[in-house]
Design a protein around this ligand. Structure first.
Ligand code: GLN
Length: 190
């Protein structure tokens, strides 16, 4: 059985843990590089990307995690997790993994509508719409040629994949639809 880690430094890691447990995999909280050795795949949750980035550095996880992902470990970053994975953050130089070939603009969906929900469609995940919850979400403003767009909203990519790296700018752990987490587990493939 696969062991999936949920990076549990800050943010809504508990929800991902809940969803993954219900999908029948072993789940561990990752808070050190030792924890990382146990896992076959990792979820980086939403939260505050500047805090998660700083803690990744402070707990000395950043470099090991980057190496694991570069060697092919599947990773799924949601919202702040997408920012942490991104190669570039517009106007910012906060600690990050920098391995997903996109540029993101933080909080780019505007102040008045910091949080909203929308139906999105992904031909990769069936014909039923996916209810996407955006909470002070980042916007993908540039996308590299090796990054596949699995779903868009208002012509901007919101669910993307670069080989073993899956990322959503919204929060699939906050709805009942498990298709995206299941898809991530299929990348882990154990
Ligand atoms: N706005 C947050 C950030 O910039 C991300 C919000 C979220 O993860 N829901 O880190």
């Amino acid at each position: 059985m696969a062991t999936i880690g949920v990076l549990s430094l800050q943010g809504d890691f508990a929800k991902h843990e809940y969803v993954l447990k219900h999908l029948g995999v072993r789940v561990v909280k990752v808070r050190s590089k030792g924890d990382l050795e146990e896992v076959n795949g990792l979820v980086i949750p939403g939260g505050e990307s500047t805090t998660i980035g700083k803690l990744l550095k402070r707990f000395d996880i950043l470099e090991d995690l980057k190496e694991r992902i570069e060697k092919g470990m599947p990773v799924f970053g949601t919202c702040a997790g997408m920012i942490i994975l991104a190669k570039e953050i517009e106007g910012d130089n906060q600690p990050k993994l920098g391995i997903l070939d996109i540029t993101v603009a933080r909080n780019a969906y505007g102040r008045q509508i910091e949080s909203f929900e929308a139906d999105i469609f992904s031909p990769f995940l069936g014909t039923k719409p996916i209810r996407a919850v955006f909470i002070r979400a980042p916007q993908v403003v540039r996308i590299g040629k090796d990054v596949e767009i699995l779903a868009s909203f208002e012509e901007k990519p919101v669910l993307i994949q670069q080989k073993n790296i899956l990322s959503a700018s919204f929060h699939p752990e906050l709805t009942e639809d498990r298709r995206i987490h299941k898809y991530f587990l299929s990348l882990v493939g154990k």
